[in-house]
Write a protein that binds this ligand. Structure first.
Ligand SMILES: *Cc1c(COP(=O)(O)O)cnc(C)c1O
Length: 468
């Protein structure tokens, strides 16, 4: 090997000073760009070691184009399992609710072969795919009827399209929510062809505001769970029951987009109050829509429960076909809902509730062990501290309500909190924590698996350069 050839290879730092690199750094984390440059240079050294520079282009532009190619390749990583140490339980970016093992088994069983998706096994006749899920939903909520669709956004769209196309829908100004991504109530309303009639003010809306807004063209009164925000202070809004009573006088249906779909009272677990679907049914609401992958703990889906008359109309809407759910979701959702038939055992079976109700002492014990191990294995080089903090339910459940937790706080400097976070995200498996005031925080509430705790430990050790 010719040492001189190797010396001609540009250095990492000289490449980092080229203008192209700042462009790469705007699309990819800097640490990824740096490690990609190193990787490309290593490969070049290897190639030169084999055959000299004669047939290897080592000019900076050639190297940069290899770096770009490799970055593009790396950017195309497939969807994969990640470790969620953010402390956000229903994290939309990380796939919302993890499924119960009962749901996984059901999916596997159904996916492996053929299934009775649309055949009634008693009569042999054609049936509807939603039947099983829908009868469970009826049993669990006390509603007259139910319909299952792809997600809550689909449920809201279908309800508005069916009941209010070309007609007026009355909604309080305090409930014109944006859920994140692209679900914004005024826009969904516009898409469905309904005419939005806003009443009240941002903080206060009275029953009389709704009453005054009713016309011959009013098709629906819509209430929306404030999901991801909370208005506090001088506020007022009519109780659901009061709204339903008034609407009945005018024979106008009331719909409630309850968002998260709590199927039982969370207060039984010492958690903050979240409206349950059952209590919304009891209040006389005609149509209630909610997600099945938030607090409910199932796969992505949307449920509509309420009066049979309206749900039958929705089932006949041609749009329903475009919004229908597939057999894997049906299998997982049915198994998840079945767990609710024994509410006393539910927190044992459903990961989302198990994590939500995980005892603080348990999280503290695990976090202390983590900190001790980190220090032991790095000979005291890496220090982490235990901090009090909060886990968030997320996904629009319990807005503003946080659940006390214990956090592992990694003191950073070199690497910085951002670099550490970037490196953890590129670990195998990827790890997500959260950054707060230049510290990297890990909430082990959502890391229930011992092997995952171990994976975080070894990732941190590796990133800090501790040989293992
Ligand atoms: C989350 C949420 C939605 C959207 O539900 P998806 O299941 O994500 O489609 C709609 N409305 C409310 C109030 C929500 O909280």
């Amino acid at each position: 090997m010719d040492k001189k050839d190797l010396r001609n290879i540009p250095s990492v730092s000289s490449l980092l000073e080229t203008p192209e690199i700042s462009e790469f750094c705007s699309s990819y984390p800097r640490s990824l760009v740096v490690s990609t440059i190193r990787e490309v240079l290593d490969k070049l050294r290897e190639a030169i070691g084999r055959s000299g520079t004669s047939d290897t282009d080592i000019s900076p532009p050639a190297i940069l184009s290899l770096v770009k190619e490799r970055l593009l390749e790396r950017g195309k990583v497939p969807i994969r399992r990640v470790i969620n140490a953010t402390g956000v339980l229903v994290h939309t970016g990380l796939g919302r609710a993890p499924l119960a093992s009962e749901a996984l088994e059901a999916v596997k069983d159904i996916a492996e072969g053929y299934c009775s998706l649309e055949v009634d096994l008693l009569t042999g006749k054609r049936s509807s795919r939603g039947d099983h899920v829908e009868s469970l939903a009826v049993a669990l909520t006390g509603a007259e009827a139910a319909m299952v669709v792809n997600n809550n956004a689909a449920a809201v769209l279908l309800a508005l399209d069916t009941l209010a196309r070309g007609k007026e829908v009355i909604i309080s100004r305090s409930q014109l929510v944006e859920i994140g991504g692209s679900f914004r109530m005024p826009e969904v309303m516009a898409k469905s062809g309904a005419i939005m009639v806003e009443v009240g003010t941002t903080n206060r809306t009275y029953i009389s505001d709704y009453r005054k807004a009713i016309t011959l063209n009013t098709a629906l009164i819509l209430k929306v769970h404030s999901s991801n925000f909370r208005i506090i202070g001088f506020t007022a809004s009519p109780e659901l029951e009061e709204l339903a009573r008034m609407a009945r006088e005018f024979e106008i249906p009331v719909m409630y987009d309850v968002g998260s779909g709590a199927l039982f009272n969370l207060e039984t677990y010492g958690l903050p109050y979240e409206p349950t679907v059952e209590e919304s049914v009891r209040a006389g609401t005609d149509i209630i829509t909610f997600s099945t992958d938030k607090l409910l703990g199932g796969p992505q889906g949307g449920l509509v429960v309420g009066k049979k008359r309206f749900i039958d109309m929705m089932k006949r809407n041609p749009l329903a076909r475009a919004l229908r759910i597939d057999k894997l979701t049906i299998a997982a959702l049915e198994a998840t809902l079945r767990l609710y038939t024994d509410k006393s055992e539910i927190a044992k079976h459903l990961p989302i509730l198990r994590m939500l109700t995980r005892p603080l002492e348990d999280i503290e014990k695990e976090s202390r062990r983590f900190i001790k191990e980190l220090s032991r294995r790095s000979d005291g080089r890496i220090t982490a501290t235990l901090e009090d903090g909060f886990s968030a339910v997320g996904g629009g459940s319990l807005p503003g309500e946080e659940v006390p937790t214990k956090l592992v706080s990694l003191s950073t400097g070199k690497p910085s909190a951002q670099e550490l976070s970037d490196e953890l995200r590129q670990n195998n498996p990827p790890i997500f924590g959260r950054i707060e005031n230049d510290r990297l925080l890990l909430d082990l509430r959502t890391v229930s698996d011992k092997a995952d705790v171990e994976a975080i430990l070894s990732a941190v050790l590796r990133i800090f350069g501790v040989a293992q």
